[in-house]
Design a protein around this ligand. Structure first.
Ligand SMILES: *Cc1c(COP(=O)(O)O)cnc(C)c1O
Length: 843
């Protein structure tokens, strides 16, 4: 087994364990480092027109990626060949977001090339650590939902499931974040402006789709209603393919992302009337569709372009799925076996327009009768719900929908008509039930409810954690659950152990491999249970904690470089990294920081474990409260960091531009994981899983997957605090008044008042007025004040346990050892068995 002695960290490498974790794939064709070196040099010359003397770090990165890509593309072709020959059943995953991060390192690991790449580059005088920093994250997603899609692709390929992910090839991914005087400032993320080595343009699979126009109500010779969708605009979708290499297997699936292009028809009118330049300007409209990712996480604002994006990628993808199916007509593929070969999963309601689009194709283009078409559609689709927050449930105004997709609106009305018949049969005379179940919201301005459409159009609906699925059935869709028994199921989220342990934490990976004596764990995460028996072993604890400390030294260097703050690796690293949202309660964390700061000011001798509070979070550009919370953390943090009176016991570091590659640096260095959403609001969370897997203890509410993490690691290895869902509901029912908690708690009152002052930003008027208002006058909708005392008490327990190094180490080790359940391999197996009926296929 090859052994690398080089730390993969670029920042202040401090190796504790130097063996790289490695899995030897039994059959994989692994070019030796010599062959790889040749390929790198070949690409330097013939792809990049460079020689070794003039090559920049970016050239080296591209040449290396191209060299590794050779074997991946060979495997891609082989995989697709086998899938085609065997005419396999496939899963098509439709998602408006994929938060992939960097691809090179993951591909190098998954294809077992790591040591060869390091060796080859070393012989060329290049450090892999340096060149991998050249890659810009592929950030085509907002947060958890997009990252889940990325983890699923990794698991699907690793488990040899035939699958294709479909999405949009955004020219600009999620904005880049910078802080100016503590304020978030957004910049465009032109991730692909200079191209990327990991995608292949496929002009031969370009498709043209229609949008806008009107419906002509026409009857054929036999008097059948044959509506015609006319005067449409055409848009072309051009696919970019990104290979997805499984780990320790030859399977390479693909992610197919559509870029929009104008068609000639699109230009014609302008060309004739306004001439050449106007025609080109029209062209820009067509290209706008795939221009930019909407930066909202869990809020929908009904913008036309967003609906156009959804329809564009869904229509292109369905065309592609159908083309691929009928390409195998020699193997007997017809519409009759379409639903035997095709499973489509809707990642949230964003692709829900696929339901009426497939109906439209079957009815209008293939002349199907309604019932037969509907039977195909409902066998094909599955729908994953990601949130119960009302502002996140997609609705489209009926007039807008009718303008963009007139024929689809007709079809939705027909689906709804039939649904109303079913509802009326189940609850005769109950108008209320009809109103609740209707796909059309009739209260106020009429709107299409995409969640209702998705539930009705799918054979399976799933939540993403046990608690979330319960609430889905109990609170959001009780009528549908009664109407369709068994349709609702749970699939607790997971994360890929390759990116989130093997690649991002090489020191811990090496220790695990050494201890277990094998590398199977990266493919079978339950194997980590083998660490339980050494959790109490002093020597093992020492190694484990030394690795944690080394990772903290690395993160300290990142914090110094990004924030200019000096932090000690001996402090407790208390980490909250996730999108900035009121329900995620970063401001609860802030109140606790204020409390500690105040306690220290009033008693400088107070003995607390020194802490470094690490934040990273982007706020949606139009979300004022979230932006004010960022500002408050930054300004209060600056005050604390520079206050000599507290002797460096508290530090606050808000790392800018949270993204996958930054998460990969923070997570291995975390001691404490903050998962503090109001109970009932976080559907699952996946950041919680990544942190626990890397040996961080959770301080959290009984929300989302925290509940299941607690069940796995045991009550003594997690800090649970705050109200339960039932208690939140009870308090709401009785009427929650934040002032009651404010008035009853002297310390809480003092820090809330402090937050509302201009102590931290002299000269500014009400700098954190928005946050302050949300907590009191605004009614504190997420019950921050109600949970504060319990949260503060839980932190006191954290402090106490951290002083007992052996006890803390044991708990940290048991977290790593016991969270195997949260591998996305487990999640994907459950989807494959219970929703997709998808056999795996060895290549
Ligand atoms: C995992 C991940 C998330 C999701 O984090 P939660 O804590 O579950 O909200 C968001 N963004 C990035 C970059 C991630 O890696």
């Amino acid at each position: 087994m090859p052994v690398s002695t080089k730390s993969k960290k670029s920042a202040a490498p401090t190796d504790v364990v130097s063996a790289t974790p490695f899995v030897s794939t039994t059959e994989a064709v692994v070019p030796g480092s010599a062959k790889l070196k040749q390929a790198i040099l070949r690409h330097l010359t013939y792809t990049l027109a460079r020689d070794v003397h003039t090559a920049t770090p970016r050239d080296w990165w591209i040449a290396t990626a191209m060299a590794v890509r050779e074997s991946i593309l060979a495997r891609l072709i082989a995989t697709q060949g086998v899938h085609n020959d065997q005419n396999v059943r496939r899963l098509y995953y439709l998602s408006l977001e994929y938060l992939m991060g960097r691809l090179t390192e993951n591909n190098v690991y998954n294809t077992d090339h790591f040591d060869d790449v390091v060796t080859a580059l070393k012989e060329l005088g290049i450090e892999f650590n340096e060149i991998r920093e050249q890659e810009v994250d592929m950030g085509l997603g907002n947060g958890g939902l997009g990252r889940l899609a990325a983890c699923f692709l990794d698991s699907l390929a690793t488990l040899d499931y035939p699958a294709i992910g479909y999405g949009i090839h955004y020219e600009f991914g999620l904005f880049k974040q910078e802080f100016v005087n503590g304020h978030q400032v957004e910049h465009p993320d032109s991730w692909m402006i200079f191209g990327t080595p990991w995608e292949v343009l496929r002009p031969e699979y370009a498709v043209t789709i229609q949008i806008y126009g009107q419906v002509e109500n026409v009857f054929d010779d036999l008097g059948n209603y044959r509506p015609r969708w006319v005067n449409t605009k055409s848009v072309m979708g051009v696919p970019y393919d990104i290979p997805i290499a499984g780990y320790g297997t030859k399977t390479v699936n693909l992610l197919r992302l559509w870029a929009s292009r104008s068609t000639e028809e699109f230009d014609l009118a302008a060309f004739n009337s306004g001439g050449y330049v106007d025609a080109v300007r029209e062209k820009v409209v067509g290209e706008t569709i795939s221009k930019v990712l909407y930066p909202n996480d869990k809020t929908e604002n009904g913008k036309e372009l967003r609906l156009v994006q959804q329809y564009f990628f869904v229509a292109c993808s369905l065309r592609d799925i159908i083309r691929r199916h009928f390409r195998n007509d020699d193997k007997g593929n017809t519409w009759d076996n379409f639903s035997d070969k095709v499973a489509v999963q809707l990642n949230d309601t964003h692709p829900a327009v696929a339901v009426p689009e497939l109906m439209r194709i079957l009815l209008d283009e293939e002349n199907f009768q309604w019932d037969k078409a509907w039977a195909i559609v409902t066998r094909v689709f599955g729908y994953t719900n990601h949130t119960l927050l009302p502002e996140a449930l997609e609705k489209w105004s009926v007039p807008l929908f009718g303008r963009v997709l007139p024929r689809h609106l007709q079809i939705i009305f027909e689906i709804n008509k039939q649904l109303m018949v079913v509802v009326a049969a189940k609850w005769p005379g109950d108008v209320d039930k009809m109103r609740i179940c209707s796909i059309i919201d009739e209260g106020g301005a009429k709107a299409v409810r995409m969640a209702n459409l998705s539930v009705v159009g799918s054979h399976a609906v799933n939540g993403v954690a046990a608690l979330h699925t319960e609430l889905l059935k109990k609170d959001l869709f009780p009528e549908f659950d009664a109407l369709y028994p068994g349709k609702f199921q749970n699939k607790t989220n997971g994360i890929t152990p390759r990116r989130w342990l093997l690649d991002c934490n090489p020191r811990l990976s090496a220790l695990i491999t050494k201890t277990l004596g094998h590398t199977k764990w990266a493919k079978d995460l339950d194997e980590l249970r083998g660490l339980e028996k050494v959790a109490g072993d002093a020597a093992f604890q020492k190694e484990f904690m030394a690795i944690k400390r080394a990772n903290k030294v690395d993160l300290a260097a990142v914090i110094k470089a990004e924030c200019g703050i000096d932090v000690s690796p001996d402090a407790l690293f208390d980490v909250q990294i996730k999108r900035l949202h009121e329900y995620k309660r970063q401001h609860l964390n802030l109140l606790h920081i204020l409390a500690l700061y105040r306690r220290l000011l009033q008693n400088p001798a107070l003995d607390i474990v020194p802490r470094v509070f690490v934040f990273a979070a982007k706020a949606a550009p139009g979300y004022d409260l979230a932006k004010n919370i960022i500002r408050a953390i930054n300004m209060i943090g600056a005050k604390i960091n520079n206050d000599a009176r507290i002797g460096g016991k508290l530090k606050v570091a808000f790392l800018p531009n949270y993204r996958v590659s930054l998460a990969e640096r923070i997570i291995p260095a975390a001691d404490l994981s903050e998962q503090i959403s109001t109970a009932g609001k976080e559907a699952s969370g996946t950041g919680n899983m990544k942190l626990a897997l890397n040996g961080a203890l959770t301080i959290g509410t009984l929300d989302g997957a925290n509940v299941e993490i607690g069940e796995e690691v045991g009550d003594e290895n997690i800090f649970i605090f705050g109200m339960t869902v039932e208690q939140v509901e009870a308090l709401n029912a009785k009427g929650y008044n934040p002032w009651d908690f404010y008035n009853a708690d002297e310390e809480l009152k003092a820090i809330v008042d402090w937050l509302g002052s201009n102590f931290f930003t002299p000269g500014e008027n009400q700098p954190f007025g928005h946050v302050h208002h949300s907590l009191l006058g605004g009614g504190d909708p997420y019950m921050v004040l109600a949970d504060f005392r319990s949260y503060s008490d839980a932190h006191a327990k954290v402090d106490a346990m951290y002083r007992h190094t052996a006890q803390w180490a044991k708990s940290a080790i048991l977290n790593t050892a016991r969270v195997g359940k949260f591998s996305s391999d487990r999640t994907i197996r459950e989807y494959a068995e219970k929703i997709w009926s998808l056999p795996s296929v060895k290549v």
